[in-house]
Design a protein around this ligand. Structure first.
Ligand code: ME8
Length: 514
């Protein structure tokens, strides 16, 4: 039976419309999910919206809506975004759904039974924008006199009766977890930050509120709603069908293999979440990987788009595959990065259109013209042939290794590196000249090139699904023959097989006329 792999994005606050940061996280996680599926895993890929809490409530009020109306409207936009980005998520969870209330109340009860929840009075600083409690020592007074939390957002003083979670009891177990599982948090910068935060001491965490009711009621004391992060983090369990198999029947997918998140929410996922799970006696998620933030350097995007952060406009302007390729190739996954019109156009024109698109077009149009549109019949391979075939043959192992550490940019760098090498091979072998002097050798060169293109196209499917699919179409590779096992079991293009007419795969991005 196939090995299971469960991965998630963070669930987004639908207090506004989706932006490029949300798109980035979804695209990256989607590429990982597609990679694992093609690599033979039984994948469960989850995304969704985080709908409760004071931030949602305040935003709704400001717009004259109920929080549910606001959540309904924007959650629909997030679902539309996933579709527009080619998201292959298997589920989309909304924390306002009935299944989620059941799961949250179940995990609460387990933490309570473990003796980790008690009632007391809370007084302290709270950031609505971060939905986070901060110690006074984590805040400072800004120039205009407002008190600011560690993420730069304003904090308010709150005092109310609250349930507390005994987070202070989990300092040692958490440090042990990080020490024994060096891969639990990535990248390393984030891991080091978390370890030093936990070493500095953990205070018990306020986990309920009484001053509003837009949330999940605390079981047995319905005047309290759960702190939105207890509710939000539990979504990862809800979607598996927790507490029983009644919510969709996938409990076997827990624990999650990977939570992909942005760096600003690392503490919630690597301190609070494992502590809640330990308390509830549930298996811990295996890895949390925090990506960086994306910025637009203030440059204008294409003329029609202006300074876009709207993912739909980016897809309309550049096309989905260019956007996906650019974001995952340009920015080392785990670091902050920039996007700009020139960045997208230069990167995709040079690598997708010039390097890959041209190689496919030049080689396959020769096949169409001079080999009767059939896969050419190769002779014995030369050293140059063997070298480029080996470079392509080594790719899968390199890609897998990078994917284990979520280094998506390295996957693409390795693939495009082989494409460059194949271009040099093609130029050096001059098949157009061989056509007159050594027709058999021309066939071998065209065959080897097509074989390298097959490997490259199979491996590009997680990143540029539509164009990689088109390339496989014109190479005559059937739908069933596109998994990564086709790169390990000695599959090769069958000489003599007839091919569809080649068509351009990666057209250049052409600037609109002024
Ligand atoms: O944090 N660049 O929701 P959210 C890259 N509901 N990533 C970005 C980004 C940017 N400019 N801006 C935001 C929440 N993100 C919570 C999560 S999970 C149980 C609850 C990322 O809508 C951000 O880091 O503010 C997070 O991973 C995701 O987008 C959703 O952010």
């Amino acid at each position: 039976m196939a090995e299971r792999y469960y991965l998630t994005t963070a669930i987004s606050y639908p207090n506004g419309k989706p932006h490029i940061g949300h798109a980035y996280e979804l695209i990256a996680t989607d590429a990982l999910a597609r990679f694992k599926r093609l690599d033979g895993y039984d994948v469960f890929f989850l995304t969704g919206t985080d709908e409760h809490g004071i931030k949602m409530l305040q935003n709704a009020r400001a717009q004259g809506l109920t929080p549910r109306e606001l959540a309904d409207a924007n959650s629909a936009e997030f679902q539309r975004m996933s579709a527009a980005l080619g998201g292959s998520n298997d589920d989309f969870i909304r924390t306002s759904e009935a299944r989620h209330k059941i799961a949250c109340q179940a995990i609460w009860k387990r933490m309570e039974e473990a003796g980790d929840i008690y009632k007391d009075a809370y007084s302290g600083w709270y950031s609505v924008r971060d939905e986070a409690y901060y110690g006074e020592d984590e805040t400072h007074i800004s120039e205009d006199g407002t008190r600011i939390g560690p993420q730069g957002t304003p904090v308010d003083w709150i005092e109310e009766e609250s349930y507390f979670f005994r987070l202070s009891n989990f300092q040692d177990p958490l440090l042990k977890l990080y020490a024994e599982n060096p891969d639990f948090i990535g990248p390393n910068e984030r891991r080091n930050e978390v370890i030093s935060f936990v070493k500095s001491g953990l205070r018990d965490l306020s986990i309920s509120r009484t001053t509003f009711d837009w949330g999940i009621p605390v079981p047995g004391d319905e005047k309290h709603v759960m702190y939105v992060w207890v509710d939000a983090l539990t979504n990862y369990l809800t979607a598996t069908g927790y507490p029983e198999d009644g919510n969709g029947g996938r409990t076997e997918f827990w624990p999650a293999d990977l939570h992909v998140i942005g760096k600003d929410i690392t503490r919630f996922h690597t301190v609070y979440w494992p502590a809640f799970l330990m308390s509830a006696g549930l298996p811990l998620c295996k890895r949390v990987y925090a990506h960086g933030f994306l910025f637009n350097r203030g440059e204008k995007m294409s003329k029609s788009v202006g300074n876009v952060i709207d993912p739909f406009a980016l897809v309309d302007t550049y096309g989905l595959d260019r956007l996906r390729y650019f974001l995952l190739r340009e920015v080392p996954f785990g670091q902050d990065g920039n996007y700009s019109h020139d960045g997208i156009v230069n990167r995709t024109n040079s690598e997708l259109a010039n390097d890959l698109g041209n190689l496919a077009q030049r080689s396959l149009s020769m096949v169409a013209k001079h080999c009767e549109g059939r896969v050419p019949d190769p002779g014995a391979f030369t050293e140059a042939d063997e070298l480029i075939l080996k470079a392509a043959g080594d790719l899968l192992a390199q890609c897998r290794e990078a994917v284990e550490k979520q280094q998506l940019h390295q996957v693409l760098a390795a693939i495009i590196g082989v494409v460059s090498q194949a271009n040099r091979y093609f130029a050096g072998e001059e098949p157009w000249a061989l056509r007159k002097t050594d027709f058999d050798r021309m066939q071998t060169v065209l065959y080897v090139t097509a074989e390298v293109l097959r490997t490259v196209a199979i491996l590009l499917q997680p990143f540029t699904p539509e164009s990689a699919g088109k390339l496989l179409d014109i190479l005559g590779v059937q739908e069933d023959d596109r998994g990564f096992d086709e790169l390990t079991k000695g599959t090769r293009l069958a000489p003599g097989a007839s091919l569809p007419a080649p068509k351009p795969i990666f057209p250049r991005f052409v600037e609109e006329e002024a």
